[in-house]
Design a protein around this ligand. Sequence first.
Ligand code: TYM
Length: 348
Amino acid sequence: MAEPVQTPQAFSPRIFSGIQPSGGLTLGNYLGALKRFAEKQNEGIETIYCLVDMHAITVWQDPAKLRQQTREAAAAFIASGVDPARSILFNQSQVTAHAELAWIFNCVARMGWMGRMTQWKDKTAGKDTENASLGLFAYPALMAADILAYKATHVPVGDDQKQHLELTRDIAMKFNNDFGVNYFPITEPMIEGAATRVMSLRDGSKKMSKSDPSDQSRINLTDDADTIAKKFRKAKTDPEPLPHDLDGLKDRPEARNLVNIYAALAGITPEKVLEDHGGAQFGAFKPALADLAVSVMGPITAEMNRLMQDAAEIDRILGEGADRANAIARPIVDQVYDIVGMIRSRPV
Ligand code: TYM
């Protein structure tokens, strides 16, 4: 076993999370992530948020579109209330510590762990895995590197990222064990609230996703008021009125989804939504939901559009965030090299 390196026994709280700029963002991204990222700024914990452009290229991205989508995602963060003065906001590729630590973790993680990831299985389902990128397979090791390059203790995400965060914990534990250190924290996922899994508006068993071929299945952060209203009006439901309590939503995935979306948008519990709307037909509930969604999302979309007018300013914000992120991650990754036994000739 390697000589133990002096490392802290306790880790100071730090929040890290990321979003892929691999397409337009959805109401699922907003409720499951962005809205909560903004709220976390008020909890007295350092917050670091990242546009994970290196994750995005695990599947083909048109370069010009990737740049545009990265700026648009940055605008979505800021329009949703993430303040670049209070949080660190940057794009992953500008901080090389992510790629460097990912390589170390590629050597810590096991092939079997990666092969069991449901996202890998979903993205390659029915397809020839021979033709999937190696990066897609190794994706969760880069995600662990994102988090652990900052020794982040808490990671707010939607429910779909749970398995990846468990793998991050496994990687941290194996690294600590292999090298006889207590260097990395065992990160806690934060999967909270009514909207941890916003479902498709066309199929209550599928997650709302930017990669769903049907645009009707999702609300995009760039949709205007009419489009939002139309999509909710056409959302799949059943013929029953809304129940008066949560039990009544069992086996009604579409109804449950709309109630959860309403609750998350209004900042109330699903129980309270049913207290107020129990007994209502969807003919009445859907317009109420659409009005609420427009009142919450309208100002965000408008602010995104305003911010997108000034690409240079967005790039400046991301660059400044990258400098601040690098100042934290660089010494952490340098110490990892030392722990692993790499010669560092030039003192840092
Ligand atoms: P991504 O880009 O798919 O999604 C970004 C965030 O949005 C959440 N989300 C949802 N929440 C509720 N309902 C939905 N329908 C929905 N769709 C998406 C996701 O759970 C996520 O929190 N692997 C990550 C990106 C990543 C990351 C990280 C996250 C890379 N490194 C480090 C946290 C920490 C991903 O693909 O998220």
